[in-house]
Design a protein around this ligand. Structure first.
Ligand code: PHE
Length: 362
């Protein structure tokens, strides 16, 4: 409610408006401003009440025709009316803007409490990556392997040096690793691979050794459809007397068939890893087309799964194991990648977006 004092200001002797007209105009404008439903309407209203074609503007033009003594009072009354309208307009604009923000927030909100009342209550289930990890563990336990674990915060020694990765190897650069501010400079990091668990198992000194070690690994990668800075690998290591490359090939053939289904073929292609010699990349026949060639495998019929090789004698020696007596193989691959291939998932980021509609499919 406007105070009475201001209402009577409008009545000015000799003014271009008749008594009561200014108050009526002001009251009507203020009412319209208070009722403006959105910012667009308010913008139109602003020019209606204050613009060059407004009644106020017309009256202001009329001031020139009245006596100077009265012109001052009449002008002041017009100014007061204008100020009051300006204040009301900006207050209304603020209210409307706030309402618009709130409405947008409400519309964008993800309702995590949503319940499908029409259906049975259902409990959740393990994340696909966890399911695949457990399946892999089961397959290897079935083959007589133990499940091992290592810490995600590793020493540079276990993650690189003991694995025969020389200090100037590009994999050590800050581009690839998250180093931690612990102890000596660059002596601890978030492990970039599960391979340091090989070192821990070798140093334990219990031979023969048949183990797999699944877990989280970290790399300084920008997330895209095929990369996440945090992902999962599973490492395998076997050390025994007389282990051959043929045993490695047989092991890979066995577990890939168990995971991807009978008839899945695997092959090894020469590669390089500092901690295995010889080294190989292993591939399987594409799980989508079965090897005839499709979009997923880029038409070649094969998909690369991971790295493998015979454990380098230098790695065994670092751990005090005699490479003349013992030999073995190691392999490692991404669990997330494997899950993507098996389930035709196109974007690895789907795994971490927590969209229940995606997760519920598996
Ligand atoms: N650690 C390797 C990688 O992350 C994979 C690998 C494991 C290769 C074991 C050989 C032997 O790429």
């Amino acid at each position: 409610m406007r105070p009475m004092a201001q209402q009577s200001e409008g009545a000015v002797a000799g003014a271009p408006w008749s008594p009561g007209e200014l108050e009526a105009q002001l009251a009507q404008s203020l009412l319209a401003i208070g009722e403006a439903a959105d910012l667009d309407t308010l913008g139109v209203l602003r020019s209606d009440v204050l613009g060059p074609r407004s009644r106020l503007a017309g009256w202001r033009k009329g001031l020139g025709t009245i006596a100077p003594e009265q012109r001052r009072t009449a002008g002041a009354a017009l100014n007061a009316a204008r100020d009051e309208l300006e204040a009301a307009l900006s207050q209304r604009a603020e209210t409307l803007a706030e309402r618009q923000r709130a409405a947008k927030l409400a519309a964008d909100r993800l309702d995590l409490t949503e319940v499908r009342l029409s259906q049975e209550w259902s409990t959740g289930h393990l994340h696909l990556v966890t399911q695949v990890r457990e399946e892999l563990e089961d397959v290897f336990v079935g083959m007589g392997y133990e499940i091992a674990e290592g810490p995600e915060v590793e020493s540079d020694w276990n993650n690189f040096t003991a694995l025969n990765v020389p200090p100037d190897h590009p994999a050590r650069s800050n581009q690839d690793s998250f180093y931690l501010d612990l102890g000596d400079r660059e002596s601890f990091l978030l492990r970039t691979q599960t391979s340091p668990v090989q070192i821990r198992l070798l140093e334990r000194g219990v031979l023969p050794l048949y183990a797999v070690a699944p877990g989280r690994v970290y790399r300084r990668d920008t997330a895209d459809a095929r990369h996440l800075p945090v992902f999962h690998q599973i490492e395998g290591i076997v050390i025994d007397r007389g282990v051959t490359f043929g045993d490695l090939a047989g092991t890979i053939a066995t577990f890939t068939e168990a995971i991807f289904g009978q008839g899945t073929k695997s092959r090894l292609r020469p590669a390089h890893f500092p901690f295995t010699e010889p080294s190989a990349e292993f591939e399987i026949t594409c799980s989508i087309c079965g090897g005839t060639g499709c979009r997923t495998c880029g038409g070649v019929g094969w998909i690369e799964l991971g790295g493998a090789g015979m454990v380098h004698p230098a790695v065994l020696e670092h751990a005090g194991i005699d490479p003349e007596e013992w030999s073995g193989f190691a392999f490692g691959f991404g669990i997330d990648r494997l899950a993507m291939m098996r389930h035709e998932i196109e974007d690895i980021r789907s795994f971490i977006e927590n969209d229940a509609r995606f997760l519920a499919q598996f």
